[in-house]
Design a protein around this ligand. Structure first.
Ligand code: NAP
Length: 250
């Protein structure tokens, strides 16, 4: 039996990178997947990849920084598949790289809205649907920067520390009702979030920051998210799981 047989799952930011890898793996493991992304073209590409392999999924265009969109995504999951059991709140942006004195309030607010408020909006609507289903589980995408700082990334670091915090709170608030909530903290992962924004020289420097001497792959993050989303992780909740090639051990 596959790990997520008969489960219904939402993955946000599933049109690219880590979210795409998670949506594909969830589907391969038997979940019916709501592929959610703000970018319709990329989201539909992920949908096609899943359906071409004979697995079940729908696409839902949604901005995680918009609470109403997050509600519509949950409503669509329940309308199409009858319930919601799993959510991976993965969508996020890098934001502008600048020290605090040069970062505008609008730059800061934009990253907080998508990377932190987006996780709250998602869980706010996902949890009642999971309670109706008799329980569920949530994985929120944090980062190594949910544990340590990085000069020039104050909005991102603040948001990801917040994701770790709200994950602990959600876990405490719903543990007795059968909902597990965990956060994943990837090191630098070779996805368009980085490859579209950095030069090859910068990529080389970033690889060297990891004791394993390379960046991670989206599929490696997806394996951890799958485990957390599955019954195999039945005693984990409120935890933060780094996956970082040794970055945080330094
Ligand atoms: P990615 O390749 O850029 O994929 C993110 C996806 O989310 C994109 O399709 C993006 O669309 C979409 N998105 C952006 N804003 C959105 C919004 N407001 N609502 C819904 N979807 C939105 O990034 P990734 O590297 O896979 O990152 C996924 C998550 O992992 C993020 O939370 C990120 O912070 C986290 N993470 C990444 C790394 C890394 O090194 N890559 C490390 C640690 C943590 P557009 O492309 O159109 O913006």
């Amino acid at each position: 039996m596959r790990l997520l047989e008969n489960k219904v799952a939402i993955v946000t930011g599933a049109g690219s990178g880590i979210g795409r890898a998670i949506a594909q793996l969830y589907a391969e493991e038997g979940a019916k997947v709501v592929v959610s992304d703000l970018d319709e073209q990329k989201g539909k590409e992920t949908l096609t990849m899943i359906k071409d392999k004979g697995f079940e999924a729908i696409f839902m265009k949604a901005d995680v920084g918009n609470a109403d969109d997050c509600k519509k995504t949950v409503d669509q999951a329940v309308k199409t598949y009858g319930a919601l059991h799993i959510a991976c709140n993965n969508a996020g942006i890098a934001g502008k790289a600048a020290p605090i004195g040069d970062l505008t309030p609008a730059d800061f607010d934009k990253v907080i809205k998508i990377n932190l408020s987006g996780v709250f909006y998602g869980m706010h609507y996902q949890i009642p649907a999971m309670l109706k289903a008799g329980g569920g589980n949530i994985v929120n995408m944090a980062s190594i920067l949910g544990q340590v700082g990085m000069a020039g990334s104050s909005a991102y670091v603040s948001a990801k520390h917040g994701v770790v915090g709200i994950t602990k709170n959600a876990a405490l608030e719903y543990a007795k009702e059968g909902i597990r909530v965990n956060a994943v903290g990837p090191g630098f992962i070779e996805t368009p979030l980085l490859t579209n924004n950095l030069s090859e020289e910068q990529m080389k420097q970033i690889r060297a920051l990891h004791p394993l001497g390379r960046m991670g792959k989206a599929t490696e993050v997806a394996e951890l998210v799958l485990w957390l989303s599955s019954p195999k992780a039945s005693f984990t909740s409120g935890n933060y799981f780094p996956l970082d090639g040794g970055y945080l051990a330094q």
